[in-house]
Design a protein around this ligand. Structure first.
Ligand SMILES: [Zn+2]
Ligand SMILES: [Zn+2]
Length: 354
């Protein structure tokens, strides 16, 4: 399958004589021979040039090529159906492709946030290493003064003039319309430069780990004139010392003493914003969950907030002295059985089994 226009590869008109074709081939073959041209694409180009010449230099092959276009095969066999399909697909590709302008690469950057920042939203300043269009050559890769020469094959249009089924950009200038004679000193001909770019990222409230924010056009600039890629900011919410996150709700263990649970108490508890004082009702058993409405996290981009769940855990007294232990025992002994109804029921059941 000939996806390239052989005339365009040799840089000759479709009406070129055999002599013109020979001359064009010799000049190009000298220039691109991989023995002395060390460019990365020299070998591929040399092969393209040779293939184009082999076809156009032979009267029969050239006639067949002129008739078949991209469906031309060197051995003269009719093209296979899948080749026809590929060629038609490529034609549509040519029609819809943005003319030879590639887009820059997308980049990813992870931003770490605290739960407090998730609650309020944040504006983060980040330094993202990215490629930006070279200001000296404006992305062309050619030195601004006398660095470029209009492509003689396409006369600067960047287009190959062959039938539509071929690739549409000019083979010699790769669609740019010019060739670089002196590479830009600032970007070494790359058309783009490295920059540690300082960016401000606005992070909405309520985001969660793994969520992505897209900053359009803040990825890499491409080589040449295409559009830059996007920057994907990936959210990472760090673990909190006190709070665990369950969607929009927050959870926390609230250690209380025995007497606080028995008698009830006013205790000060932490919230994302600071502290607040709450009432512990009398007889609050371990495991009970107290719900502080609206003290959780907001939904993404909204004001409405989830709840803060405080789960009561008993902070068992430790390291009691002998007198303290004695006091606790004597206090317990003086309580009537009705003070511990479940224990009384249990003791009764035990009694019944004897
Ligand atoms: Zn440059
Ligand atoms: Zn050209």
């Amino acid at each position: 399958m000939a996806r390239r226009d052989f005339y365009n590869i040799l840089g000759v008109e479709r009406t070129a004589t055999t002599d013109e074709i020979k001359r064009a081939y010799r000049a190009l073959a000298r220039r691109w021979h991989p023995d002395h041209n060390k460019a990365a694409d020299a070998e591929v180009r040399f092969k393209d040039i040779t293939e184009a010449y082999r076809t156009l230099n032979d009267v029969d092959r050239r006639a067949r090529y002129d008739r078949m276009g991209p469906l031309y095969t060197e051995d003269g066999r009719p093209p296979r159906p899948e080749d026809v399909q590929k060629a038609v697909g490529a034609m549509f590709g040519n029609l819809f492709r943005r003319k030879g302008k590639e887009r820059g690469e997308d980049l990813r950057y992870t931003v770490s946030l605290t739960l407090e920042e998730v609650a309020t939203g944040a504006e983060k300043e980040v330094i993202v290493p990215r490629m930006v269009r070279c200001g000296t050559c404006q992305g062309d890769g050619a030195e601004p003064t006398n660095g470029r020469q209009t492509c003689t094959v396409c006369s600067g249009s960047g287009k190959a003039t062959g039938p539509r089924l071929f690739r549409s950009e000019c083979y010699h200038c790769q669609g740019r319309g010019f060739s670089i004679t002196i590479p830009c000193h600032s970007c070494k001909g790359q058309g783009r430069n490295h920059l540690d770019d300082t960016l401000k990222v606005k992070i909405p409230t309520g985001v969660a780990t793994g969520q992505k924010l897209k900053l359009s056009g803040k990825g890499n600039a491409p080589r040449g004139q295409g559009k830059p890629g996007d920057l994907l900011v990936i959210i990472n919410v760090t673990d909190h010392d006190l709070f665990r996150r369950r969607g929009e709700d927050l959870q926390m263990n609230l250690p209380l003493t025995y007497d606080e649970m028995v008698l009830g108490a006013e205790v000060t508890v932490p919230t994302l914003e600071g502290t607040t004082t709450i009432r512990i009702p009398q007889g609050s058993a371990p495991g009970k969950v107290l719900r502080l409405a609206g003290r959780g996290l907001p939904r993404v981009g909204r004001k409405q907030r989830g709840d803060l769940h405080l789960q009561i855990v008993l902070d068992m007294p430790k390291d009691l002295t002998q007198p303290q232990q004695r006091a606790l025992r004597s206090w317990s002994k003086h309580l009537p059985a009705s003070a511990h109804p479940r224990r009384a029921e249990f003791d009764q059941a035990l009694q019944d089994r004897k």
